[in-house]
Design a binder for this molecule. Sequence first.
Ligand code: SAH
Length: 233
Amino acid sequence: MPVYDYHSDDQSARERMVRYQLEARGIHHPRVLDAMRSVPRHLFVPAERAGDAYSDHALPIGEGQTISQPYMVALMTQLLDPAPSDRVLEVGTGSGYQAAILAELADEVVTVERDPVLSERAQEVLDALGYRNITFVVGDGTEGYLPLGPYDRIIVTAGAPFIPQPLIEQLTPGGKLVIPVGHRYEQVLTVAEKDAEGHLHLSEHGYCVFVPLIGRHGWRSELDGEPEPDDLP
Ligand code: SAH
């Protein structure tokens, strides 16, 4: 008999996830914990991995991409701390799971994905779940998404070589940006807060590992070792 008998569609699997993976590691934000308790994560992973959806690790979602570990989703969301009236930009829709968590907490979510297959799939799941406050954009999220900006909160769920300048520009004064910044295979979870005068204040929140952010203001390709020098700030 397995030690953890996780049923894919089981509310109690989510309760255990919240208690042993999140609260035990210092996630304390009540609204974030409520969102993690209510979003059915097993619907965002491939059907054959549904039994593993509430386990303590990232999972492949196809197209070479991953859905982040529950703890990482919760930590980033706690750092982002979206208010109910906020407009949030997410870069890296992936499975759509993080977008669902954000849609529970904020007023409007705009989520950008460069891979149209993933974007379409995420949209189907989120539509079926009844989310009406998410706008899906296919494109290079390192450019942000100017038509619906500026944003009170911006979250990037792929690893960046540096903070893309357009995202800084599309953040409101008083706004917050959460982004993994660093090397190709390891990054530092970074929070950038923009004060009323438009100055950025950075803080670091530990190491993390994300798939690369690929775009004009990110890594140039899946294969490149370094961004082009003229991209560097
Ligand atoms: N937030 C997702 C996990 C995303 S994995 C979830 O909850 O499942 C990172 C995603 O970022 C991948 O789907 C990848 O295709 C996408 N990505 C990488 N570079 C991007 C870019 N420049 N713009 C938009 N999406 C990008």
